[in-house]
Design a protein around this ligand. Structure first.
Ligand code: ADP
Length: 260
């Protein structure tokens, strides 16, 4: 609490009492802490690839360049780390835009099945390359009110995760299901799964169950934070069920559109 005090003085200068104002600053303190953690996290996430890029470039200039194999290897690391930085900056910009007040979606009538088909086309080859069985089921069409590009982003982030956290030989299945009041999007995988107590935290910015694993696959820890904001901006919500070693299922609930 912050406390402000002021005396109450009567017309004849006599002391009549005191006014105390108690201001609850718990919420302000909490927000301030979140902001500080965020800045610390961003700095850390930016520093890691920069240190690596700088280190490998220096080693090359110090003579390693003469070794053809080292040259190839170090340059590919430099490229990978630069791509990390690029993704990170893009996702940070996205997140900050989405979190800003007045963030606007270009709402129109959207067929979620058409969005799924487009996303599936992007991922089919990636899944095959990784040896993952990738398939989808959907009705002929399923209409919601939404922003096509933002919806695509929800699909991309969820499917990228499913493919990232599922080993070779596994399955990733996307289902669109029409219910009485909602359109559901399920993204299911037979991957590594998530511990029960970790589930509430995976939507936090920068939270990763296994930092090394996420980093190796190019993850930033921002994907699900972005998904959650976007789903809520569409008046929906997202649920997760998971079993370690068996797989994970994310379900996005969108309000159904009754009149086109
Ligand atoms: P990242 O860029 O690390 O994937 P996300 O915000 O997309 O960040 O996800 C946060 C964390 O949640 C991931 O680091 C991972 O630990 C966990 N996670 C997300 N999706 C899955 C999944 N399909 N299977 C297992 N773990 C997952």
């Amino acid at each position: 609490f912050e406390v402000y005090g002021a005396p109450i003085i009567g017309t004849n200068d006599e002391w009549q009492g005191i006014v105390l104002v108690f201001h609850d600053i718990t919420e302000l303190k909490r927000l301030e802490q979140i902001r500080k953690d965020f800045v610390a996290n961003v700095s850390h996430e930016l520093k890691t690839p920069i240190t690596s890029i700088k280190g490998f470039a220096e080693t090359l200039l110090d003579g390693a360049m003469k070794d053809e194999q080292a040259l190839q290897h170090f340059l590919s690391i430099i490229l990978k780390e630069s791509e990390r930085l690029q993704t990170l900056v893009q996702e940070l910009l996205d997140l900050s835009k989405i979190e800003q007040h007045g963030f606007e979606l270009q709402m129109e009538t959207v067929d979620l099945v058409a969005v799924l088909k487009e996303a599936a086309a992007i991922f089919q080859r990636k899944a095959e390359e990784k040896g993952i069985h990738f398939y989808w089921h959907a009705p002929a069409a399923a209409y919601i009110k939404g922003d096509v590009n933002r919806l695509k982003q929800i699909f991309i982030n969820l499917i990228t995760n499913a493919l990232t956290y599922t080993p070779k030989g596994g399955k990733v299945e996307i289902v669109i299901e029409e219910q009485a009041k909602e359109i559901l999007l399920h993204v299911k995988d037979t991957g590594i799964g998530i511990e029960q107590e970790e589930i509430p935290r995976i939507f936090e910015r920068f939270y990763r169950v296994d930092k090394a694993r996420s980093r190796n696959s190019g993850g930033t820890g921002l994907g699900l934070a972005i998904v959650k904001h976007l789903v809520e901006a569409h008046h929906g919500y997202i649920t997760v069920t998971s079993k370690v070693g068996h797989g994970t299922a994310f379900t996005v609930h969108f309000p159904k559109l009754f009149q086109k």
